[in-house]
Each structure stands twice: as structure tokens, then as C-alpha cells.
Write a protein that binds this ligand. Sequence first.
Ligand code: FAD
Length: 413
Amino acid sequence: MKNKFDCDVVIVGGGLVGSTLAYTLSKLSLKIILIENADPENLEQPGFDSRSTAISKGSQKILSGIGIWEAIEDKTESINSIHISEQKHFGISRILSSEEGVGALGYTVESRFLGKTLWDKIKQVDNVNFFAPASLIDASFNNNYAEVSIKSKDYKKVLKTKVVIAADGVNSRVREILKIDYKKDFYSQRAIVANCRTELPHCGQAFERFSPSGPLAMLPLSDERVGIVWTLPEKKAEEFLNLEDQFFISKLQESFGRRLGEIKKIGKRFSYPLFRMRSSKIIDKRSVIIGSAAVHLHPVAAQGFNLALRDIASLAEIFSESKNNDIGSEIVLNYYQRWRKNDQSKVSFLTHSLIKIFGLESRILSFMRGISLIGFDILPGTKKIFSRHMMGLSGKMSRLARGLPLVDDNNKL
Ligand SMILES: Cc1cc2nc3c(=O)[nH]c(=O)nc-3n(C[C@H](O)[C@H](O)[C@H](O)COP(=O)(O)OP(=O)(O)OC[C@H]3O[C@@H](n4cnc5c(N)ncnc54)[C@H](O)[C@@H]3O)c2cc1C
């Protein structure tokens, strides 16, 4: 029976999520095929751009457990504190690593570098077959197996597998083939992303500054740079994108203030449309939907990749413990859904609520928000619950997120 399969798992999409999943599953005795549209030679994958990804403490443990952290650590920067405020209003809150009893609340790393590291690692392992550039064209799913048709410039193939994992992004072709419905909420906003240099060193401080037009995040990066994720209404974002550097800097300075002194220099600016998308199902017959294909979030709390890493660690753990060895069976996939659905819904709700609450212009609301930020700061219980969740250190945690090896030697088949 086993020989009839080309592999145990087909992963569609080699973005940050698909490639981390492939590398994590390579630690198990599984045969994996990873299919990616983009050409690995020129790193044209859309997610591997010069954006920086903030990685939570829990995510760092997951990356460390699979051996990726040691390969990127030198190019990461620690986040030691997060300063939350609202433009032109009273009330601030601070989350400090020292109060949380952790060395760092999280880290930042350039997405392009993380992506390249993952692809280099994947190429070195024997049990991952990396088809790129190649695209999934079609797929069929039945009770006992799934088949995917892939196409590249030089070949067409049909591959038989136990389970297909859709990590093919927000416009997932797999989700479309499975006719899985999804819900999209548009924010009518874009995020401008760029790196800058400031007069004062960032000292590991991250800032989240809310304003009615959207939040502005300033993140500490390696090499004394600061990463900007600035959410603006669509029209304003377009206008600001086209400003000359010195005018853009003065707008940014006006919005952020002088907590890092003068903003000296700005790098190339990119922009991203912002919306929330939730797939109505995260599993189906012989299939799992993961990453942006399952839940796409507003970047306000830097949770998209972190949430997906928790999904990856849980899925890999379930596969490693799958007693009947059929990792695509209903019982195994249902277990994954039960474990992960709650965290996904909570994070999606929380990020959406932050945008809605801080986006409303009203003096009473603004007063309430100021009070809430102060309350949040002086009520350690509230802050602890929030920050543990954002750090990925709450709820039912996977072995990797707890700093344990992926495979539990006492629970082997
Ligand atoms: C401005 C911004 C800032 C962010 N900052 C953070 C942050 O700080 N921290 C955080 O945790 N998250 C952050 N996120 C979210 C994070 O970037 C996403 O969660 C993550 O990139 C999703 O990765 P993915 O692999 O699921 O999807 P994608 O990056 O979209 O990858 C999908 C891949 O599938 C491939 N593909 C698609 N269709 C096919 C097909 N038919 N056949 C083969 N291949 C296919 C594509 O080429 C692509 O490589 C941010 C997002 C934005 C927009």
C-alpha cells in the first residue's frame, strides 16, 4: 500500500509557512514534496521581501527546536520592550521583558533572509523533494488518498499522497479546488513598510502608536536600523508612498514623535493592502489549510507568521504521534482542527478588534482608550494574559513551543 504513494505529504506553497512546515516535517520519517511557484534561484517569492518579521518568544523556541534559529540568530534583533500609545492622547502602556521574566519578548528578522535560510536548509535534506518553479494546477481528494497535478516549464506530473497541505497564500488554489468558502473584511487601508535610521539607538524598544488613520509600528532591527509598518487609509498611503524622502520623513516624525530623536534616513518603501481573511474550514478530506491560506490578519500585532508557526508545531507533533500511521486520516486531521481552531479565532478577533477600537474617532472613546492603556499598564494580571498570548506562551502549547524536542521518545510508534 505504502509504495503506491509518491510521498506522505504534499505541501503547496514554499513561502515562509510552507517552507518552515516542510523543514519541520523533515525531522519525522516522512517523505515530503514541496511545490513552489517561484524560482528558488532568484528568490522572487513574494513573501521573502525586505519586510522584517517580528517573531514572538514562543516562535523563537519553535525555530530553535527545528534548528533554524541557530542559522538566523546573528541577524536577528531582540525586542526588550513594547511601548503602546495613542497619538495626541494621554495613556501609555509598556510591556517589558524583565516583567515577563523572559530574556526578550521577541525578535525581528528580515523575511528575505529567513526565507533564504529555509530554502537552503530544505535543499540539504533527503526526505524533502522541492519542485520549484512548479505550480499546482489541479487536485482530487478521496477517502484513501489525494492526487495533485503539477506543472513546470519542463514537465507535468501527477503525484499521489496521503495528505495535501495548502500553504499557497491568501488566494489559495487548493482552497478553491476544495470549494472551501472564506470571509474577507476590508480595512480600506494599506501598510507602508520601510526601514529607517534614527538619531537615538533603539535599545531593543518596539513602539506601537495608534491613531484614527491606523497604527504605526516601529521595530528594532539589526545594524541599528528601525523597521516601520505604517497603516494609513488607502489614498493617504498612496500619497505618502510618492513623497520625496525628506517630506515622508517629516510626516513620519510628526506621527511618531521624537522618542528615537530625529529620523535621519529612510530606505525603499513598499506597500501592502490590508484585510482580514478567514477560511471557513482548516481541514477537509485529506487536506489541511495553513498560513495565509487559512487566516490572513492585519499586521497590527505582528501575529500572522507567529500564529502559523504554532499551527506548524502542533501539526508536526500530531503527525509524529499518529498511531495508525495514516497522517491524512479524518481522525488525525480532526485532532489538529480541535487543537488549533480556538487560537486562530482568538488572534483573528483580537487583531480585528484593535483596529476597530483604535480606529474610531470619538472623544469619549478616546478617553476610555487612554484609561484602558493606563489600566492595562497598572493591572499586571491583564497585561500578563495579553502578553503571554502575544508571545505564543499560553493555551495548549506544542512540545516545540515549550522548548522540548518535536518527537517524544516515550511516545514513539
Ligand atoms: C505588512 C505586513 C507585515 C507583517 N509583519 C508580520 C510580523 O511582524 N510577524 C508575523 O508573524 N507576521 C507578519 N505578517 C504576516 C506574515 O507576513 C504572513 O503571515 C506570512 O508571510 C504568510 O506566509 P504564507 O507562506 O502563508 O503565504 P505567502 O507568503 O503568500 O506564500 C504562499 C506561497 O505559495 C506559493 N503559491 C501560491 N499558489 C501556488 C500554486 N498554485 N502552486 C505552487 N505554489 C503556489 C506562492 O508563490 C508563495 O510562495 C505581516 C504581513 C504584512 C502584510
